[in-house]
Design a protein. Sequence first.
Length: 136
Amino acid sequence: MKWAQGGDSSGQRRSGCCGPWLVPNGEPGWRLHAHDPLRRAALEQLSLFDEEGVYPDRIIIGLLGDRRGADMLLPVARTGAWLEIDNIGWLSYTSDEQRGRNISELAEAGYLHRILLGTDIALNSQLSHYGGKGYG
């Protein structure tokens, strides 16, 4: 299941926006994939999901690949959620070397088992076949 937060930067928290459809924790293989497009909402999202009864180990927080330092990622890792280090190869956000340093710091802190890697390819135009950078 995928959940994305809108670009609302008002700071107003929307409680109860997810409803009971977020609670199938007992279903094998079930995961919730959430995006952090504002680059600062991951912990707020996790708090909201916790209020709705979603286990953190069932949550993947994506769009974490462009952080400039693991200090922003460690609080997310401590919750027990999965961290998706994505945008690999998209150097306009940050370097792949920085992504590697972040992964190393997370691994040293004991969270390597909670890291997922991705490219965030979403459009055909991003594929190498169509002139993009992905899957080439």
